[in-house]
Design a protein. Structure first.
Length: 317
């Protein structure tokens, strides 16, 4: 039996040696063969060079390299597609995901018959306060507006059975949010808590604005609540306009006082116009998602992989 470890990488040249050192120590405690499936997501440092060396010296290390940066979601999908193990683990190369939890994950799946064993950070020590605040707000909002449960602090780091992975791969939507997809497919799931860890090396590629944009993608992908907001905004603005119209008519009939100058009118027009553009923007976001889905573009393009190299070597013999 094989345990496949999927590792998306973006500029992880410094972290990869520490990652392999830590995982090599853990392998002895696992009663199955461990194989690694690295995905280089268009790194600009020496990540690909490190992966080439790993694949050349360790037959259990495999890699794929994208033609450009397609994002972590594409990296996860590529790694899960390539992984062939009976159990599959998704984890980062920066060792923020504790490797020592793998043995307990495997035990829970084999002995307690869980289909998925995920991990959940119980604190956010070391993170910027603003980022932590917005993260909690995001998960609280998702718990209210989405039918797909998403717990705060849950990581992509998890171990899954082959059946779960096959179910995830059956969802070939272009706009992906893996945490939501992991939850949406269901199955018997449990989470192991742990304290937050700092990166072992390198720098994170996630800025506040990239995370904020990522959260908006998640909301659009797993909830139609923004469309409901747009609808209610339109209804409320219509009701307010009707009320103001009645007030103006009654005021004119009773007091003979016509509506005063253009500033009030201009304010109302700008207010209503702003609401319309706001609602149109929400609808446009969903239409844009539909547009991307109908294009049916590939999620990623593989420029190089150890499998392609092996095929080239075979042809040259």
């Amino acid at each position: 039996m094989e345990l496949s470890i999927v590792v998306p990488c973006y500029n992880e040249e410094e972290a990869l040696p520490y990652f392999m050192e830590a995982l090599t120590k853990i392998e002895a405690s696992l009663p199955l063969t461990v194989a690694y499936y690295f995905v280089d997501d268009g790194s600009t440092d020496g990540t690909l060079t490190v992966l080439r060396k790993l694949a050349a010296t360790n037959p259990r290390c495999h890699f794929q390299s994208f033609s450009r940066n397609f994002g972590k979601e594409a990296g996860l999908l590529a790694g899960l597609t390539q992984a062939q193990g009976d159990y599959v683990v998704v984890m980062d190369a920066d060792l923020q995901d504790p490797p020592e939890m793998l043995a307990e994950m495997l035990r829970l799946i084999q002995e307690e018959h869980f289909d998925v064993v995920g991990t959940r950070r119980m604190d956010r020590k070391g993170e910027p306060i603003l980022r932590s605040l917005f993260s909690r707000m995001f998960y609280y909002l998702m718990s209210k507006i989405s039918k797909t449960p998403m717990l705060s602090g849950v990581r992509d780091y998890r171990m899954m059975t082959r059946q779960v992975v096959d179910s995830i791969l059956s969802l070939q939507e272009y706009n992906r949010f893996s945490k939501g997809i992991f939850s949406w497919v269901g199955y018997r799931t449990t989470y192991l808590p742990y304290e937050n860890r700092e990166r072992i090396a390198g720098k994170t590629s996630w800025s506040f604005w990239s995370l904020f944009s990522y959260s908006l993608e998640a909301i659009v992908n797993f909830s139609d609540f923004p469309l409901t907001i747009a609808s209610f905004t339109g209804i409320i603005s219509c009701l307010l306009a009707a009320i103001f119209m009645i007030v103006i008519v009654v005021r004119t009939l009773i007091f003979g006082d016509p509506t005063s100058g253009w500033p009030s009118l201009a304010t109302i027009v700008l207010f209503v116009g702003g609401l319309q553009l706001f609602a149109l923007g929400i609808v446009g976001k969903y239409i844009g998602k539909i547009f991307l889905e109908t294009k049916d573009r590939p999620h990623y393009i593989i420029k190089e992989s150890d499998e392609k190299k092996e095929q080239t070597d075979e042809l040259s013999r």
